[in-house]
Write a protein that binds this ligand. Sequence first.
Ligand SMILES: Cc1ncc(COP(=O)(O)O)c(C=O)c1O
Length: 353
Amino acid sequence: MPRPIQARIDLSALERNLQVARRAGSARIMAVIKANAYGHGLLRAAEALNAAEGFALLDIRDAICLRDAGFSQTILLLEGFFTPDDLPLVAEYDLACVIHNQQQIDMLEAYPSRGSLEVWFKVGSGMNRLGFAPDKVPAALERLKAHPAVRDITLMTHFAHADEATGVAAQLDVFNTLAPYRMARSLANSAALLRYPATHADWVRPGIMLYGASPFAEVSAQQLGLQPVMTLQSRIIAVQELRAGENIGYGGLFRTEAPTRVGVVACGYADGYPRHAPTGTPVLVEGQRTRILGRISMDMLSVDLSTLPAADVGSHVTLWGEGLPVEQVAHAAGTISYELLCALAERVPIVTV
Ligand SMILES: Cc1ncc(COP(=O)(O)O)c(C=O)c1O
């Protein structure tokens, strides 16, 4: 029998979360499926999100894999191409490319093709990561417009604070200085899509909300009408009956103050569970909420069964997902849901429902 851990992927939840994005406005949807669809599996996620008008990802091999699987939507490379060698493949597979620096335009100009390339021109509106500073936009756009292979240009930017109180106003003001350019536009990630209709424009680019997690610290996924897609499940494989004053796990980080029943769960950091999750991180045993005790090991973690006398070897454990929002586990571990979902290890078997 295989180890009892598995990640259950609810494909209908993906479809329903896409509908939540759809209901928020009339923009076309560029579903962000980078990082193996935030850990959910590239092709299975794309199939469930097939109603989206486009898919955004990073790796050209993933883009080719989508085309080979028959997806005819716009496929956007979010970091564009990296070397001139990528360009024949970009053309062959009709991939849209983010252009975010001068070097990419240089490569494009040196490329002999007269093919047709869809460009998403990235404007740096304040995040200072990728994109042309506003004063560099006119010259760069002129070069692109003059290129015989460029058939279509969409202006895009990305927000640094759409999920926080700071909001999008300052970046939106910068981006809106480009209003005289009559081109399609794309600005919104999940947080902007849900909170700022003024950012919807022609294309929205939701990621995390499609996977059923809230982009906001203070609003739950449930309040947003989102359903968890990934549920990480395992079972208890051993029970320890400890006296007061005994240590648990590596480093003895947790010391019992009273007699304590401890369940050992087949899930560790090599499965993608965060090693830095502290004592107190929530976990479900047979649907009942309890807590992690002590340090997370490579293959196991310990949970408090003191209030769960019926729990025993074989009891079902939910690490996150249905009944336990991944955001809550991430918050306890000092990180964000994105990191936990993306970190799901390859060794964890996936079952789809
Ligand atoms: C350029 C771009 N657009 C959209 C997204 C989707 O963001 P989110 O997952 O917060 O919706 C990302 C994710 O980081 C991104 O890098």
